[in-house]
Design a protein around this ligand. Structure first.
Ligand SMILES: [Zn+2]
Length: 77
């Protein structure tokens, strides 16, 4: 697995939709590749924030506008 493959699988990995074999390959690459570990960590944080923002409208209203916009952009809107 290359770094590019890993990024393609990232969504499925975070949502736990990978097969056991894909997951093993993914984790093998992660263990060997610091860049991808960093990338995964920031990706997870973004997903967490986006989900928190999507949880309720009120939560989003309390967040700084710049942050909300950044999260919306990261979701591809
Ligand atoms: Zn990598």
């Amino acid at each position: 697995m290359t770094c590019r493959d890993l990024i393609d699988f990232l969504d499925d990995y975070v949502d736990e939709r990978l097969s056991l074999i894909e997951r093993a390959k993914f984790e093998l690459h992660l263990a060997a590749c610091r860049d991808c570990r960093n990338y995964l960590a920031s990706y997870r944080e973004t997903v967490r924030l986006a989900r928190a923002a999507g949880a309720t409208e009120e939560t989003a209203a309390e967040m700084p506008a710049d942050l909300v916009r950044a999260i919306m952009d990261s979701r591809g809107r």
